[in-house]
Ligand binder design. Structure first.
Ligand code: 5AD
Length: 443
């Protein structure tokens, strides 16, 4: 490739990322693919030969944002021959409909087709490319990863796709069937990252704790132990499903010093009938049982969750079950959403979207109010305590401000004249309100 792309002819590529951490990681991989093909990755769209929006389809709003942004970017076509396209979940979800509503798009490519990206430069003027073929085996092994930002935290994909088929969720339809990387490839990647100075890895998968390697009879607990043995200072993982926290997984989290004791445990709803309709495969009581077991097995664990309000058939009293479950679990933080019907999903096909928009909004505000109070309490309980934080950001309220994450995944702001980026430091928490936690460096 190198001789066909002389330095003055190097193509430039600009990528914008929407949605989950999996997409952030995929965008790094896209950069790797383009760089391998001799392209430069640039930070602004104006001088790009190729613009990609790596998109999310999980809620309608995410898609609307991208449509707005693409329309805005189209104005660049007046000045140059830039090619603009949509890749990722939205491409896979909307397929031809996307080309119909945005005829100016030059390409739409689904998540299993990224190896063909460099071929985009071979398109004739005015030619489109649309490919949403799926490939059950595609794990993108062997692509040199490229991390642009030098952050001490790196994402490592351990599985792709999802087999859970929650009735509200478009992801199994956009990212395809579940497939797991081998533990050896994962450990090799983490080892390499540790050698490059990365301090924390976040293992990623749509149901990350369902990871397994059948030939070797290994489950997610075994994977955690293998990754732990690399000696990387910190390990997190997301996004898990409550059903896959078995004894082995919890023991591994509790016993491995470098696995952070912070668990994301998406519940989605607190009422068993709603959970059944969502095909979550657990009842309210079973979920509460999992929470109890987690709290018993992992001292000082922090818990976060995802909630959807206004799912079809969610009556007022069923919604109240969600409120009472949130209170009972006392989550440290929560991601709260209004139900958004997604074409292709069972819920959209089979259930009437029967909670009125104003009611969804009211319920959302109610869960936000409750969770905000729980988050505030959880943060206030930190005051006076000592915590280890990994400094991974720069504060924006004045000079010498840094931000870091506790093992429990809480962001703490500290002030120091020292260069702290990427360092593990001890802090004492002095102030904690609803939004910010402030600490003082003690080591
Ligand atoms: N509507 C609203 N929220 C959704 N999520 C997934 N699908 C939908 C939908 N159709 C939420 C779930 C999931 C999170 C990533 O997004 O809470 O855990």
């Amino acid at each position: 490739m190198a001789d066909t792309h002389q330095s003055d002819l190097r193509h430039t590529v600009y990528i914008e990322t929407y949605g989950c951490q999996m997409n952030v990681r995929d965008s790094e991989m896209l950069c790797g693919i383009f760089r391998q093909a001799g392209c430069d990755i640039i930070d602004t769209p104006e001088k790009a030969d190729l613009i990609l929006l790596n998109t999310c389809a999980v809620r309608e709003r995410a898609e609307q944002r991208v449509i707005g942004r693409v329309t805005q970017l189209f104005s660049l076509k007046k000045q140059s021959s830039v090619r603009i396209g949509i890749v990722g979940c939205m491409a896979q979800h909307l397929k031809d409909a996307l080309l119909e509503s945005l005829p100016g798009l030059d390409f739409i490519l689904g998540p299993d087709t990224y190896r063909t990206l460099p071929e985009l430069f071979d398109l004739d003027p005015g030619e489109h490319r649309a490919d949403w073929s799926t490939n059950r085996d595609e794990l993108y092994e062997g692509i040199p990863s490229w991390r642009r930002d030098g952050s001490p935290v790196a994402f490592v994909t351990v599985m792709r796709g999802c087999d859970m088929m929650c009735t509200f969720c478009v992801v199994p339809h956009t990212r395809g069937r579940e497939r797991c990387r081998s533990w050896r490839d994962i450990v090799a990647e983490v080892t390499q990252l540790a050698e490059e100075g990365v301090m924390e890895v976040v293992l990623l998968g749509q149901t990350v704790n369902a990871w397994r390697e059948e030939k070797e009879k290994m489950g997610f607990g075994d994977l955690l132990r293998k990754v732990s043995a690399t000696g990387i200072p910190r390990i997190r993982f997301t996004s898990p499903h409550p059903l896959y926290y078995g004894e082995e997984e919890l023991k591994a989290i509790a016993e491995c010093e470098n696995v952070c004791e912070s668990i994301h445990l998406p519940v989605q709803a607190g009422n068993t009938d709603v959970l059944k309709k969502m095909n979550r495969r657990y009842t309210r009581e079973e979920y509460l049982g999992i929470v109890r077991t987690i709290r018993q097995s992992i001292p000082h664990v922090t818990l976060s969750t995802d909630i959807i309000v206004g799912f079809p058939g969610e009556t007022e009293s069923r919604f109240e079950d969600t409120l009472s479950l949130i209170a009972e679990c006392s989550f440290d933080s929560g991601y709260l959403f209004k139900y958004s019907p997604r074409s292709g999903t069972r819920a959209e096909r089979e259930f009437e979207d029967d909670v009125p928009a104003e009611e969804k909004q009211r319920r959302l505000e109610q869960v936000i109010e409750l969770q905000t109070e729980l988050t505030r309490r959880s943060q206030q309980a930190m005051i006076g305590g000592q915590y280890e934080i990994l400094v991974d950001g720069i504060g924006d309220r004045g000079p010498n401000q840094w931000t870091g994450r506790t093992r429990g995944n809480r962001t703490v702001v500290i002030e120091s004249e020292k260069e702290l980026m990427g360092r593990l430091v001890k802090v004492i928490i002095e102030e904690a309100g609803t939004w910010t936690v402030r600490g003082r460096l003690i080591e």
